[in-house]
Design a protein. Structure first.
Length: 724
């Protein structure tokens, strides 16, 4: 007797959306095991979906069809996600046989209109309202209360009904006492006494009073009271669901009903101002998201939960998209953002350029001449550059009467790095620098600017004040309301350098190495001798962004010092390579041998024909990367003809490493080309249309991110068909 054939671990199912032919969205199939673990996800293409599972495996697991959203890859694919997106769960096997076609009902497709909700908020200290930086905010969607009621056993339905009726018989709602704070090292959660689905006050204020006031004002209509008094679990359940908004406020008061679970849909980190935001999808025809937030903070070397109040009390039911949520942290172990602490001793620390490039990430002392002034990942600087500096204000201002500083710059080389015969003259940075401070007036709290400079002091012009430790009269405290203003010691506007008729001409004229100089001045305007005053000049030795970890610094070597004739330090110096040059991108028309271009744009080819793909990807000083992508048909990537690499490279291999290997060759400045046999481009197709897309991305950074406005893009297309 012949052995049964082993089932193939691959199954293709047809999917029909013909009941709604106008539906143009993307759909994917999801398979979960009985425990809710995702086994596979596959996109529905051309009316079918192929899964790497056998028919038997598919039949004993759960199969869903759901609409895809723009940010689906950032979401967790769970059974809750399927429920939230209105997924369709069909029967895929009948009588042991796989169905031929899955017909998605029109009523299901009608609900697949996805809307997007902007979720935003702030994390602040409970006592001061100051922002908390680097906190992890977990955003969860809570079970819909009506769905929770549907799942309740009949006995529990009557218990919930009895609790609700009892509340309405009492003259007032009892407000629970304020919970006692948990000492940080001994919270119940850290002892393992609280499960994942349970929560403690941890410690938080009593349930929001607006919930209690709203609940106290609600009255049950007589028809609802009659339904609740019924002995039928079905009638009582429906009455509870019909009045679900009335029930929600009371759940906060009933710990025995705190059995809600929430599905985590995003984890985001707060920025320098304690802010967070994300985009989440939901069904346009469905309920608005009910959102719950909890927070972790790095304490020591691990992230610990510092805010996780009761779900029933702190869920934002029917969250209003775009509304700012404020999460107030009372855990004493959590510190507020400290924009500029007063360092001990007499220290000047040069931290970074912007948020993302520390001094340790700029080639300086010991670097090769060609690398000097670039970042350690080979990027020049551009845009508006903002050096961040920490100064021990009390020691400098009060102890040594040093009240001012000044930044200057001069050009050292041409754009390609060739030294100038004589360095350019020193030019002072004069853009206004401010710090903000909070004041409390009749209209509430406002944040006022305090101008640090430029100022005329004695005979010295364009000096900038070292921010005093004390807040100006009427102020509450120093605040950071704009990172790029309140943390910058100066503003080096490199886009204003050079001359020319347009921005690209000016950039080419101004590119090169620039030396920056930081000087200190007494309150009288006299220049400070750093060595004589005992000032310790330091530079950071850890990469940025600094986040919530320790930031260390070390004494700067001589490379970073400008000295006088006696060898005393009189200024700090650093070199930055500046390049705001625009990129070039141009896809040239296809040429080749054995081909004919018809008047309608088709390229007819004969046997043995080849085509030459040709593009220009350029940057005056090669500080750019390119990505050349060739696609066949709608979306099939032709790796054999696609390539990515550094502009100016003599040869860039294509993305397909399989033989025969090919590479685009630089035949002239910015000019890349390569020949391909027609059959390599066509693959399995007899004829095909192709698209060519070229992205050229500048490497320049302003310390916050890449300068995308310098990028270039071009595209073209062609179609190959055999000679008639």
């Amino acid at each position: 007797m012949a052995k049964p054939k082993k089932s193939e671990r691959k199954t293709t199912i047809k999917v029909s959306l013909e009941q709604r032919p106008d539906f143009k969205g993307n759909v994917a199939a999801f398979v979960f095991d009985v425990a809710g673990n995702l086994l596979e996800r596959a996109d529905v293409k051309a009316g079918s979906v192929t899964l790497a599972l056998s028919e038997e495996e598919l039949g004993r697991n759960r199969f869903f069809l759901a609409p895809l959203t723009d940010n689906f890859d950032e979401m967790k694919s769970t059974l809750k996600t399927m429920e939230r997106l209105g997924a369709y769960e069909p029967v895929v096997r009948i009588a042991g046989k796989l169905v031929d076609v899955i017909q998605v009902p029109g009523v299901i497709i009608d609900a697949w209109l996805i809307c997007f909700c902007w979720v935003r908020g702030r994390v602040v200290k409970f006592d001061s309202g100051r922002p908390v930086c680097g906190a992890r905010v977990h955003i969860c969607e809570v079970d819909k209360v009506w769905r929770w009621i549907l799942r309740l056993p009949e006995l529990e339905v009557f218990r919930l009904r009895d609790d609700l009726l009892k509340i309405f018989e009492e003259p007032r709602i009892p407000i629970p006492p304020r919970p006692e704070p948990d000492p940080p090292p001994f919270t119940a959660a850290r002892k393992g006494l609280i499960g994942l689905g349970e929560v403690a006050f941890n410690p938080q204020p009593e349930p929001p009073r607006e919930i209690l006031i709203r609940a106290a004002s609600l009255k049950l209509p007589s028809i609802t009271l009659a339904a609740l008094a019924s002995s039928s679990a079905h009638i009582v359940r429906q009455a509870l669901i019909d009045n679900v908004r009335l029930i929600i406020p009371y759940l906060c008061l009933w710990p025995w009903w705190w059995s809600f679970r929430c599905d985590e849909i995003a984890v985001v980190e707060t920025d320098a101002f304690g802010r967070f935001q994300t985009i989440i999808p939901y069904l346009c025809d469905g309920d608005k998201p009910d959102l719950y937030f909890w927070v972790e903070y790095e304490i020591g070397v691990t992230f610990e939960t510092v805010y996780r109040p009761p779900i029933a009390c702190y869920t934002d039911w029917d969250y209003e998209c775009g509304k700012e949520v404020t999460l107030r942290i009372s855990d004493d172990r959590v510190t507020a953002c400290d924009d500029e602490p007063d360092l001990p001793g007499c220290v000047v620390q040069i931290l970074s350029i912007g948020r993302n490039v520390s001094m340790s990430e700029i080639h300086g002392s010991g670097a090769a001449v060609a690398d000097e002034g670039l970042t350690t990942d080979d990027r020049p600087f551009g845009g508006k550059l903002e050096p961040r500096v920490w100064l021990s204000r009390t020691a400098l201002r009060d102890g040594k009467n040093i009240h001012y500083y000044r930044w200057s710059y001069r050009r050292l080389t041409q754009g390609d790095g060739t030294p100038l015969a004589t360095p350019g003259p020193w030019t002072v940075l004069t853009r206004t620098v401010v710090r903000h401070f909070a004041t409390l007036g009749p209209g509430g709290i406002t944040h006022e600017p305090y101008t640090l400079g430029p100022k005329l002091v004695g005979t010295e012009s364009n000096l900038f004040e070292i921010k005093p430790a004390a807040v100006p009269a009427g102020g509450i405290e120093w605040t950071v309301v704009d990172e790029r203003e309140d943390l910058a010691s100066a503003h080096f506007e490199t886009t204003k350098l050079g001359s020319g008729t347009n921005a690209c001409d000016k950039a080419e004229d101004a590119a090169g190495k620039y030396e920056l100089k930081l000087e200190l001045f007494k309150s009288s305007g006299a220049l400070v001798d750093w060595t004589a005053e005992g000032i310790d000049l330091q530079i950071t030795d850890v990469p940025a962004p600094f986040g919530t970890g320790s930031v260390t610094a070390s004494t700067a070597p001589d490379y970073y010092r400008i000295k006088d004739a006696s060898g005393h330090t009189v200024a700090f110096r650093m070199v930055l390579r500046v390049d705001n040059n625009c990129c070039e991108a141009k896809v040239e028309p296809v040429t080749g041998t054995g081909i004919t271009v018809t008047p309608c744009g088709f390229i007819e080819f004969s046997s043995g024909a080849s085509v030459q793909l040709h593009f220009k990807a350029g940057h005056p000083n090669n500080f750019a990367d390119f990505n050349f992508s060739v696609k066949r048909g709608v979306s099939t990537n032709v790796a054999k003809a696609s390539a990515a690499g550094r502009v100016g490279s003599a040869s860039v291999p294509t993305n397909d490493a399989s033989p025969p290997t090919r590479a685009y060759t630089l035949t002239a400045p910015s000019d890349y080309q390569e020949d391909f046999p027609v059959e390599e481009l066509l693959g399995d197709c007899e004829r095909a249309a192709f698209s060519e897309a070229l992205h050229v991305v500048a490497r320049a950074t302003d310390g916050y991110g890449l300068l995308w406005h310098l990028n270039a893009f071009d595209h073209d297309g062609f179609a190959l068909t055999p000679l008639p």
